[in-house]
Design a protein. Structure first.
Length: 386
């Protein structure tokens, strides 16, 4: 019996729950397959990791080699080098039975006769360089990425390498590391990179600033939003799979109130699913309203903490208060100080630039929370009582 899944949140979601975003996934898949490296940036909780994971799955199904690394959990250049080496050699050896904790452990593992035979055709040069303790991790890292290309070339396969949370590269090795990676990557023919990051402003600096080593190395893409029609189709299909139904007006309310933000939508749908399951198997407008209130209760502590971060930004509260009410943020304040506040709010992924001089909240529910908690609105859903 297959495991039934409700509405997933807070993790990489299964393929069946990934929404195409108006053909974006197919477009991303094709560009990577045909050799274009891509920089994909989007704030956390917007579905970026799920999109990247699904695209990598599809590329694997098309015969590509696929590797991924999450730089957020790599603490130093030594761990980066070791993990890269482990990932690349697994293209030949299969997955490690257990993680190695040092380069010495790894080289002892790879020296086993059966594994050594599997690596002999790709010029694995590290094993002959003397004492592993004296090996320079920078050289190890370079060897790992160069060997990735050698394997892809030898097997005549496209290799797509996902480097997630790539903005952390600055903490790992800064300009020296960026220059090293660029010098290796730019000579590769069969290896394509997907650079994914949750801090768009930092990612754009890495790839769009002419002073940076990765300037114009990859095409700069943004993750598009899920359209209301896509949400409508997904929700209706999902409820049908469970022998349930959802009223159009209930779905419309959820889309409008959450702004279609993936995490907020899934959190609310998870609540609505169980409430509807216990009430005639139908998602009605009243159930949707109650689910939204419960979702706001669950997010209250998160938004309280976010508001404290806003209060640490000079003029941060004033700027957000103006945006909540739909007013220009510059009115009555020093333009330079306001711009600094806006830049800080963008850097912390609280707002994004919609167009020249116009900004909007990453999470529309946070905007409603401010209006209710700070602005004195009587009900979180006042504007939806129709």
């Amino acid at each position: 019996m297959a495991i039934q899944r409700g509405f997933p949140r807070g993790r990489i979601i299964p393929s069946d729950d990934v929404i195409e975003r108006h053909g974006f996934l197919k477009k991303l898949e094709d560009h990577l397959y045909y050799g274009d490296s891509i920089m994909l940036a989007s704030p956390r909780r917007t579905g970026k990791s799920s999109v990247a994971s699904e695209v990598m799955r599809r590329l694997s199904a098309r015969g590509c080699y696929t590797l991924d690394m999450d730089l957020l959990h790599i603490v130093n250049i030594e761990r980066f080098a070791l993990q890269a080496l482990e990932k690349v050699t697994q293209l030949r050896t299969g997955k490690l039975e257990s993680m190695t904790h040092s380069l010495h452990d790894f080289l002892r593992w790879i020296a086993k006769p059966d594994l050594s035979i599997k690596m002999q055709d790709v010029e694995f040069g590290l094993r002959f360089h003397g004492d592993p303790k004296e090996m320079d991790p920078w050289n190890v890292l370079q060897e790992a990425f160069e060997m990735a290309e050698r394997i892809a070339m030898k097997d005549d396969r496209r290799l797509v390498f996902l480097l997630d949370e790539f903005q952390e590269i600055d903490q790992l090795g800064g300009e020296r590391l960026l220059r090293l990676l660029r010098s290796v990557f730019q000579r590769q023919e069969n290896t394509t990179y997907l650079f994914s990051g949750s801090e768009p402003s930092m990612m754009k600096t890495i790839f769009a600033d002419h002073r940076q080593a990765f300037y114009r190395f990859a095409a700069i893409w943004s993750l598009p939003e899920i359209t209301p029609d896509e949400w409508q189709a997904y929700i209706a299909k999902k409820f049908t799979q469970f022998g349930m139904s959802a009223e159009d007006r209930a779905i419309e309310l959820l889309i409008r109130a959450t702004g279609g933000h993936p995490y907020c939508m899934m959190a609310t749908l998870s609540i609505a699913f169980f409430d509807a399951k216990d009430s005639a198997m139908v998602l009605t407008r009243p159930i949707a309203e109650e689910s939204l209130h419960q979702a706001f209760d669950q997010l209250d502590a998160v938004y309280e903490n976010l508001w404290r971060r806003v209060s640490e930004i000079s003029l941060g509260e004033e700027v957000l208060a103006a945006l909540v009410e739909g007013n220009p943020p510059y009115r009555g304040n020093n333009p330079t100080a306001v711009q600094r506040a806006i830049d800080s709010l963008i850097k912390t992924s609280i707002i994004i630039r919609a167009s020249r001089g116009r900004y909007r909240f990453v999470e529309p529910m946070f905007q409603r929370w401010i209006k209710y908690k700070i602005g004195g609105q009587l009900d979180l859903l006042d504007e939806f009582w129709i």
